[in-house]
Write a protein that binds this ligand. Sequence first.
Ligand SMILES: NC(=O)c1ccc[n+]([C@@H]2O[C@H](COP(=O)([O-])OP(=O)(O)OC[C@H]3O[C@@H](n4cnc5c(N)ncnc54)[C@H](O)[C@@H]3O)[C@@H](O)[C@H]2O)c1
Length: 467
Amino acid sequence: MKIAMIGTGYVGLVSGACIADFGHQVTCVDKDASKITALNAGEIQIFEPGLKELVASNVRQRRLSFTTSLADGLDGAAAVFIAVGTPSRRGDGHADLSYVYGAAREIAAALKGFTVIITKSTVPVGTGDDVERIIRELRPDVDIAVVSNPEFLREGAAIYDFKHPDRIVIGIEDERAKAAMTEIYRPLFLNHAPILYTGRRTAELIKYAANAFLATKITFINEIADLCERVGADVQEVARGIGLDNRIGSKFLHAGPGFGGSCFPKDVRALIKTAQDYDVPMRILEAVEGVNDTRKRAMARKVSAAFAGVLRGKTVAILGLTFKPNTDDMREAPSIPLIMALQDMGAKVRVHDPEGMQQAKQVLANVTYCEGPYDCVEDADAAVIVTEWEQFRALDFDRLRDLMACPVIVDLRNIYRPEDMKRLGFAYTCVGRSSAFQPVTVYVPTGQQVRPSAETTGASSAMAPRN
Ligand SMILES: NC(=O)c1ccc[n+]([C@@H]2O[C@H](COP(=O)([O-])OP(=O)(O)OC[C@H]3O[C@@H](n4cnc5c(N)ncnc54)[C@H](O)[C@@H]3O)[C@@H](O)[C@H]2O)c1
C-alpha cells in the first residue's frame, strides 16, 4: 500500500519507518527542508534508539523516501497520516492546531482520488470533524474518509512501542477506511495487538485521557513522596506496596522532579482547556498541573538545603538534561526550571547530558556544557542527578569525591541507595526516602565555611570540603 506521512518528528519518522518496515511504500513529507536534506543524506536530526538503522534499512529496500513536496508524497497514496506537532498555543494553553489545519489544507490541494486521512497527532475532540470540513470545503469533488489513530509510543522506546502496542485505537466513521486501516496494521493484527474501533471523537479523547491519567499518577506519587520525607517513610516501598495491587499497577509510580516532556504538560493543559470550553471543569487535572509546575522549581531547594539555603557562589553540576533517558528531547524538561531556579539563587551551573546537549543549547543560557559526568562535577559543590541515564547508574564515587569541591549528591531519580552513599562519604538527598534526608550545613549564610559534623550528616570525615 502506498502511504504518505506528514511530519518527520519523533512520531512521524518512527511511524513512517515502522510502517515501511511492515512492507508498505511510505513517503515522509516535511516542510522543514533541512530535515529532509539530512534524511536524504542518511542523517537523522533526532536521537531515538534504533531509528537510524531502521530508516537506513527501509531506504535501502526502497520502501521509504523523503520529500518536502506533499503533492509528490500524496501521488498515488491510498492513505495519508498527519503527524505534525500540536504544541501548547501561546497565551491560553489550548492545543495549537495551526499545523494540523495547515496540513489539511495542503492535503486538500494535492488530493486526487479516494484517500483515507489519518490524524496521528494528539488533537482535541472535534479536530477530526474540522479536518474533514476543511478538506470538503476546499475539495467538494474528492472522496475522503477522516480517521483518528492516536499514537501512544514513548520516546526512547518508540520503535518497540510502535511494533508492540498495548492497543491500537482507531476512531472511524467509514467502513472503507476500516479496510485501509486493517491493511496498514495487518502485521500487528497478526500479532494479536488489541484493536479498539471507536467513534472518532472517542478516539481523540482516549489519547488525552490516557496521558492525563498517567500524569496524575506521577503527581500523586510525588505528593506521597513529600509526605514520606516528613513522616519517615520510604516512597519506593510505598510505591511497591500499592503497585502490587493489580487495580493500581506498578508503572508510573516513580517519585521524581515532576513530569515534563513533549506530551504530558501540553496534553494536560489542552484537556483542561477543552473541558472548560464544554463547561466541565477538570479539578483533578488543574491540581495536577499546578502541583507539577511548582515542583520542578522547588527541587532547587533540595540543593540549597545542603548549604543552609545559600547557593550564591556555589557551583552545581547537573547530570542529565532531557526529560527522560534515551532521547535528546528537551521540550518542557524539568531540568530547565530547576536550572533557572538554581541560577536565581546565585549558583553557577555546569551540565552534562549524553544526547540532549545540542537541543539544550537552544533553551539554556549561562551554563557550562561539559563532555562527561566527571568533567561536569569537577570543583562542583553539589551534583544533581536529574535524568536517570544508564551512564549515571554506576558512577565511580571515589573519583567523584576527589573531583568535587564538596561531596554533596542530590539524586532526584532515586537511583542510588542512601546507605551506600552514606558509606561512601557523601551527603545525599533524594526524593521521598526520609532515611536519606541528611541536612548538611556545609556553609553558613555569611559564606564562612564550616565543616559538617558527623552528627548532622551521619557521614565520615570524607564529608569535609576538598581544599
Ligand atoms: N513525541 C512523542 O513522544 C509523542 C507520542 C505520542 C504522540 N505524540 C503527538 O504526535 C504529534 C507529533 O509530535 P512530534 O513529537 O513528532 O512533533 P515534532 O515537533 O517532533 O515533529 C513535527 C514535524 O511536523 C513538521 N510539520 C509541521 N507542519 C507540517 C506540514 N504542513 N507539512 C509537513 N511537515 C510539517 C515539522 O516540521 C516537524 O518536523 C503531536 O501531536 C504529539 O502530541 C507525540
